[in-house]
Design a protein around this ligand. Structure first.
Ligand SMILES: [Zn+2]
Length: 671
């Protein structure tokens, strides 16, 4: 298994490189990523290159058994380039052109920048394609992380062309966008604006298409780098990009991942929320992009931040987070960064080593994990979680609901994560999939909110249920069509027949208000259960044989259906009209899970996470203790623990921030 660090030899005197390589080897590090911000050193003047320092660094590391991932440096166009080609600089939504001084200043549509990027990537590839120590390439760095959408004149022309390709005629655009509203009709394509601040509140149909266009510009810009590399590099040098998790939603990551050999992403647990379930959601979403193992290309190894630092990782946390990534599908861990930089914007973004470069606590923790992975890493990589439940996510919905949430406080991430947390807490393996995914392998599919629905997606869900699947659809689904117009049939629109239900009325109560819901005791067998919903109430009208499982118990819609279940073909479809929190919905989700034959993990202590990966018929169970206290976890039976190479009884003790990797059989049978 690759275990590494992001290394910036250019930040340190060359006399230090040998010491770094030795310390890395002693920590069992076998991979570094280099080069991704070094354009001004690679090409100090246009078409005058210097690759010698990087070749020297690769050789020194290789002598210590360390392979290299090379980053293309296009996230940081140098000053000479920005001065010579001012048109490459992105324009913000406020119509201000970005100036030189940070990073990611460029417009991905700009023809000059595309040519310059092709030039540096090709020159780099020609230097390193034959280098036996280069195992992979990372394209750019964190696409979209600054200036995700550019509003420059070149982007406006490209957007107008994109619309011409999409709609063909202005009459079709008029129909799709409803441009006769407020006299927005266009008589030629050149009149179509970008949704800049001075437009006020733009047409949401135009806004959604602009989001899609901007996302596609990143995909196209990435593609030109992929093609430039593939023309030169051998097939065994694989290509990736470092994405930013579920939490980053400016680019359609399903599209971006398609042409990559594998997905990587940058995981900073306490820079984000520090909430283990939310980190798990991020890992899960990144694994789902290609439905295959991923890499963590930047794994937090110290306090992080530009102006203000996050807290220091507690003893054991760096190792625990890295194992959590592996538990959810990571096949490589690369820490950001090797040694903390002494200058410029990331002086406070700490790495494994402090500024002074001497090994301390965090280094020894990384070293401990390195020793462990050197022993068992091969047994872990390549495995995937078993297929059990899937959650549907859609970038169209993220954009549509960001433009028009519909209710105060309605937040896409909260809705998705509330269901993810419930399933995760019950120990059910979850995949995060797009609406057009093959659902046939899952016993349960949850669409927490599917706001914008295409006929293709509706058919995919109907086929899944028709063939015996169980589908749960959450409130405010089926509202919009592909153009971001409200549908012209009763809600949930294209999902109404499948769910056997109509939304009679809705009430946008907002996140700060609650509605009471009473579950049907006889049908659900959950006992007397009243719960509080929030944010949104779809007041339901069941069709045909659809059963009502819960009723509203407050406001003028007291007694009206709030949750329904219907048979559709060989399967079952639920429609839940209210939104609520993980804790509140847990009994309902447990009921749902059990109704599909999936088995929740019982008795998991709070703060302990379970995740599974299987390969070659053997499933490994990861138990991760995210608390500061020791925890005792009951097991289904005696198991074999890989890291300690011991047999357990029917329970196991986990230390503070401790973990266990359990196999039903002894490890020697795995090899
Ligand atoms: Zn632009």
């Amino acid at each position: 298994m690759y275990y590494g660090a992001d290394y910036y030899p250019e930040h340190w005197p060359q006399e230090r490189w040998e010491t770094d390589a030795r310390l890395m080897r002693e920590a069992h590090i076998n991979l570094v990523r280099m080069g991704e911000f070094a354009w001004s050193l690679f090409e100090p003047q246009q078409e005058h290159y210097d690759w010698d320092w990087l070749k020297r660094a690769i050789d020194i590391l290789a002598a210590h058994g360390i392979s290299t991932v090379l980053g293309t440096p296009t996230a940081t166009p140098p000053a000479w380039l920005c001065q010579a080609y001012p048109g490459i600089m992105a324009v913000e939504r406020n119509s201000q052109r970005v100036t030189f001084g940070e990073r990611r200043q460029y417009c991905p549509t700009n023809a000059s920048y595309r040519a310059l990027s092709r030039g540096i990537v090709t020159a780099m590839a020609e230097q390193f394609a034959g280098n036996p120590h280069v195992v992979a390439w990372q394209l750019d760095n964190e696409f979209g992380g600054h200036h995700p959408r550019c509003y420059c004149p070149e982007c406006q022309c490209a957007f107008q062309d994109w619309l011409l390709q999409r709609y063909g005629t202005l009459a079709a655009l008029r129909e799709a966008w409803g441009t006769h509203f407020w006299s927005h009709d266009y008589t030629n394509w050149a009149q179509i604006p970008l949704p800049v601040d001075s437009n006020g509140v733009s047409n949401p149909c135009l806004e959604l298409d602009f989001y899609r266009f901007a996302s596609e510009q990143w995909v196209a810009y990435q593609q030109l780098q992929i093609e430039a590399l593939r023309r030169v590099i051998p097939a065994h040098q694989r290509i990736t990009h470092n994405l930013m998790g579920f939490n980053f939603q400016e680019i359609d990551y399903f599209d971006l991942a398609r042409e990559l050999d594998f997905v990587s992403w940058d995981n900073y647990p306490i820079f984000q929320t520090g909430d283990p379930a939310y980190i798990a959601l991020n890992h899960t979403a990144m694994r789902g992009l290609k439905d295959m193992p991923f890499w963590v290309m930047e794994e937090q190894s110290g306090p992080s931040g530009w102006q203000v630092m996050s807290r220091q990782p507690r003893p054991g946390q760096i190792r625990l987070w890295a194992y959590q990534a592996i538990a959810h599908g990571a096949d490589a861990i690369v820490y950001f960064r090797w040694r903390t930089c002494r200058f410029n914007t990331e002086e406070y973004w700490h790495g494994i080593l402090e500024h002074h470069g001497q090994p301390r606590r965090r280094y020894y923790e990384v070293q401990q994990m390195g020793q462990e992975l050197a022993r068992v890493g091969e047994k872990l990589e390549g495995a995937m979680p078993p297929k059990a439940a899937a959650i549907i996510m859609s970038y169209d919905d993220i954009r549509t609901l960001r433009l028009q949430p519909g209710a105060r406080g309605l937040a896409y991430n909260d809705i998705i994560s509330s269901y993810f947390r419930a399933l995760h807490q019950l120990g059910i393996p979850v995949d995060i999939v797009p609406p057009n995914a093959d659902l046939s392998l899952y016993k349960l599919v949850v669409a927490p909110i599917l706001h914008l629905v295409t006929q293709e997606w509706a058919d995919n869900l109907s086929n899944y249920v028709n063939q015996g699947g169980t589908l749960w659809v959450g409130a405010r689904s089926g509202v919009k069509d592909t153009s971001n117009r409200v549908v012209d049939s009763p809600l949930p629109g294209l999902l109404a027949e499948l769910c056997g239900v109509e939304v009679e009325e809705y009430d946008a109560i907002g996140r700060a208000s609650t509605c009471e819901v009473e579950l049907d005791k006889a049908l659900l067998g959950l006992g007397e259960l009243r719960l509080a919903g929030h944010t949104w109430c779809d007041i339901l009208q069941p069709r045909g044989d659809t059963e009502t499982l819960a009723y509203y118990a407050s406001d003028y819609y007291t007694g009206k259906p709030a949750l329904t279940r219907t048979r559709y073909g060989l399967g079952t479809a639920f429609y839940c009209g209210f939104m609520t929190d993980t804790g509140t919905m847990l009994p309902l989700v447990r009921y749902l899970v059990e109704s599909t034959g999936l088995e929740p993990w019982s008795g998991l202590p709070e703060g302990v996470e379970v995740a599974r990966r299987a390969k070659e018929g053997i499933e490994l169970t990861y138990l991760l203790n995210h608390t500061t206290e020791p925890q005792s976890v009951a097991l289904p039976g005696a198991m074999f623990e890989l890291l300690t190479q011991t047999n357990t009884s029917s329970s196991i003790e986990l230390g503070p921030y401790g973990l266990a990797i359990l196999s039903p059989v002894a490890i020697d049978k795995l090899s």
